[in-house]
Design a protein around this ligand. Structure first.
Ligand code: PLP
Length: 429
């Protein structure tokens, strides 16, 4: 086989990979219809008929709750604002501890800080990369108030054990379902198992509205508190006759009519987009297994993995080179494997374990300054050994299963992997 591109050889493929674009005529028409009305948002931050938004927002929420089989859906302008809202709704206060995952987008760990709560990191399970229930149990203290679960990469967390632990300790469970829309845990839709679920509609996600998010709940009171926090709660509570007032300082986290109209069209595409991802992953995994040194994730039993990303464990010993060297060399073989500049379709690890971010290292958030903040709080390196080993040494993630990839596109990826592995020993100097 020819020389590795990273050593000056010819790259295996330079042709662009198909772009992931789910926006079509349906969305264009929907937006045009909204523009024609001149009404781009109908929210009013006062107790009135428009407190819950305009016709598109309401129709989008109704459709979301039908599709996800959950009684309440509250749209917001991002998953991040949805997580903040959820922390407010469950009444997080200074000194309350929330167990969070170190392997996620930063908002899933930062959310408790918004209300003075303290994020406590549980380690991940080496197969699911979601929080390990055994580690969660060890992190519970008398101050623990909630568990913020993340279905990372689209793989469901072990919801049976997490719900059992939560029940036993009387804790709320919030599901960050940004990466797992239409994923399931033993037949139940992710996001609808805990007390509150939060979805993302940002540009990178399975379906999107540019920016956006949706909060779901089966609990009427929690859903109402989310509606209040989304839209100037402080202005509403008196007229609404609310009696539980903590955290009823509102934000403006409202979604516009345009985004909601796009969301309505996008929802119709979700199932088919997810099915294509699963089909592509199954094809890739069959090929990857033949390469012997890649450990792909097993499909969860009686549950659906959404494959936002496909996490793969690299066996450096068998391969004869490190994971980093492998990924670097693959990138050189596939220089066109980018989403945009600086956004490659394959990467070594995912995000740095979140407790290593400056906000935790320096404890520079007001929550840490509260006298109720625990004194023995540590975010040292070594805190969660499994996530550190996975991130810094073993795991790589890719998005070559995105809808739009043909078998030929995917075979180019497999061939690039194979080419690099055949020359692995040349990568050690
Ligand atoms: C994308 C993402 C978020 C943030 O979503 P936004 O809508 O961009 O705020 C949070 N958590 C996870 C796991 C995500 O993937």
């Amino acid at each position: 086989m020819s020389q590795l591109a990273i050593k000056g050889g010819k790259p295996l493929r330079t042709k662009l990979f198909p772009a992931y674009n789910t926006i079509g005529e349906e969305e264009k028409l929907a937006v045009a219809r909204v523009l024609d009305t001149g009404n781009l948002s109908q929210f009013l931050g006062a107790w009135s008929a428009d407190f819950l938004g305009g016709p598109q927002v309401r129709a989008f929420e109704a459709k979301w709750s039908e599709f996800f089989e959950v009684p309440y859906a509250v749209s917001v302008n991002s998953n991040t604002s949805g997580l903040y809202t959820a922390m407010g709704a469950i009444g997080i206060e200074p000194g309350d501890e929330v167990i969070v995952s170190p392997y996620s987008m930063s908002a899933s760990a930062v959310a408790p800080l918004m209300y003075g709560g303290i994020p406590v990191f549980a380690d991940i399970h080496p197969d699911t990369f979601c929080m390990d229930p055994d580690s969660i149990e060890k992190k519970i203290t008398p101050r623990t108030k909630a568990i913020l679960v993340v279905h990372i990469f689209g793989h469901p967390a072990d919801m049976d054990r997490i719900m059992e632990i939560a029940e036993r300790h009387d804790l709320y469970v919030i599901e960050d379902t940004a990466q797992a829309p239409f994923g399931t845990w033993k037949g139940r839709k992710l996001g609808t198992i805990g007390d509150i679920g939060v979805f993302s509609l940002n540009y990178h996600k399975h379906i999107h509205t540019g920016e956006g998010g949706v909060i779901v709940s089966e609990n009427k009171e929690l859903a109402e508190r989310c509606q209040l926090i989304r839209n100037h709660a402080e202005n509403i509570v008196e007229h609404k006759g609310m009696e539980t007032l903590p955290n009823m300082m509102g934000m403006n986290y409202r979604m516009t009519e345009i985004e909601a109209s796009i969301g309505i069209a996008q929802l119709d595409k979700l199932q088919s987009l997810l099915d294509q991802r699963i089909e592509n992953v199954r094809f890739l995994h069959e090929e990857f297994k033949k390469l012997k040194v890649l450990e792909v994730q097993k499909e969860p039993e009686n549950s659906i993995h959404c494959y936002y990303q496909d996490p793969i464990k690299f066996n450096a010993k068998k391969a004869g080179c490190t994971r980093n060297a492998f990924v670097q060399a693959v990138k050189a073989e596939l220089p066109s494997a980018i989403l945009r500049e600086n956004a490659p379709l394959i990467g070594a690890g995912y995000v740095r374990p979140l407790y290593l971010l400056p906000i935790f290292q320096n404890k520079n958030a007001l929550a840490f300054k509260s006298e109720k903040s625990p004194k023995d709080l540590s975010y040292e390196r070594g805190l969660c050994p499994v996530v550190e080993e996975m991130h810094f040494e073993r795991l790589f993630t890719h998005e070559f299963m995105r809808p739009g990839m043909s078998k030929e596109d995917m075979l180019d990826v497999v061939n690039a992997f194979e080419k690099v592995l055949t020359h692995a020993n040349e990568l050690n100097d």
